[in-house]
Design a protein around this ligand. Structure first.
Ligand code: AMP
Length: 221
C-alpha cells in the first residue's frame, strides 16, 4: 500500500487558496507552461463535464449557475479519481480544491498524495468584482482575457488557439457576489486548517501577474 511517507511514489501537491478572480488559474497556467507542474482546476474539470453533457456535468451545473458549491461528496470522489490517474512524483498545482475543510481533510488522508504547501492569494473584494465581471475566457483552451486589461488581438478570438472568447455564466455580477460570499464563509476554516497542519504561505496578489509569478517560482523551488 502506498503512503504519504513514501516520497518515491506519492504525487506532490501545492494547493492554491484564494477568492475567485484572485488569479489562481492564471498563475497555475503560467507555471505549468514554463515548468514541470501539472495544473488541475476543479472548475475546469466541471466546465468540461458540462460541455460533454455527462451526469457529473448535469449535477454540477445546477450549483455552478447559482454560484453555489458542488457538494463535498461529489467533489471528493472527483478529485480522488483524478489524482489516482497521475504518475508518481508529479507535482500538481490544485486550483479550486479544497474549497471546504471536509475537502481539505479528504485530501490529507488520500494515500497517494502529499500536500507540500498551501499558498493563499490575498486581495480586496472590490478589486475582485472588477476583475471577475470583466473576465473573458477561451471556450477551447481556457486562456484568460479581460475586457479592459488583456484584450485578445482580434475581438472574441483567442490569441493562443483561435477559439471563441466568452464570458463565463458565473462571472455575471449577481453570481460573482454570491461566489465571494461563499468564499469568505469557507476560507477562514481552510486557512486555519493549513496554518495548523501544513505549510501556509500568503501572497499579496494586488500586483502585476509577472511579479506574482516570480514569487511563486521562489516558493515552489
Ligand atoms: P472556479 O472555476 O474554481 O471558480 O469554480 C467554478 C465553480 O465550480 C464554483 O463556483 C463551484 O460551483 C464549482 N467548484 C469548483 N471547485 C469546487 C470545489 N472544490 N468544491 C465545490 N464546488 C466547486
Amino acid at each position: 500500500m502506498r503512503s504519504f511517507a513514501d516520497a518515491e511514489v506519492s504525487v506532490r501537491i501545492t494547493v492554491f487558496l484564494g477568492a475567485p478572480g484572485s488569479g489562481k488559474g492564471t498563475q497555475a497556467k503560467m507555471l505549468s507552461q514554463r515548468e514541470r507542474f501539472v495544473h488541475l482546476s476543479t472548475g475546469d474539470i466541471l466546465r468540461n463535464a458540462i460541455k460533454e453533457g455527462t451526469a457529473l456535468g448535469k449535477e454540477a451545473k445546477t450549483f455552478m449557475d447559482k454560484g453555489e458549491l458542488v457538494p463535498d461528496s461529489t467533489m471528493i470522489g472527483l478529485i480522488k479519481d483524478t489524482l489516482s490517474q497521475l504518475k508518481p512524483n508529479q507535482h500538481v498545482i490544485l486550483d479550486g480544491f479544497p474549497r471546504t475543510v471536509a475537502q481539505a481533510e479528504a485530501l490529507n488522508t488520500n494515500s497517494d498524495t502529499h500536500v507540500d504547501q498551501a499558498i493563499l492569494f490575498e486581495i480586496a473584494d472590490s478589486l475582485l468584482i472588477e476583475r471577475l465581471t470583466g473576465r473573458r475566457v477561451c471556450k477551447q483552451c481556457g486562456q484568460p482575457f479581460h475586457t479592459k486589461h488583456i484584450r485578445p488581438k482580434q475581438d472574441g478570438v483567442c490569441d493562443q488557439c483561435g477559439g471563441e472568447v466568452v464570458q463565463r455564466s458565473d462571472d455575471h455580477e449577481d453570481v460573482v457576489r454570491r461566489r465571494l460570499e461563499i468564499f469568505h464563509a469557507q476560507n477562514k476554516g481552510l486557512v486555519d486548517y493549513y496554518a495548523k497542519k501544513q505549510n501556509l504561505r500568503r501572497i499579496n496578489v494586488d500586483q502585476p501577474a509577472d511579479s506574482v509569478q516570480q514569487i511563486l517560482m521562489e516558493l515552489l523551488k
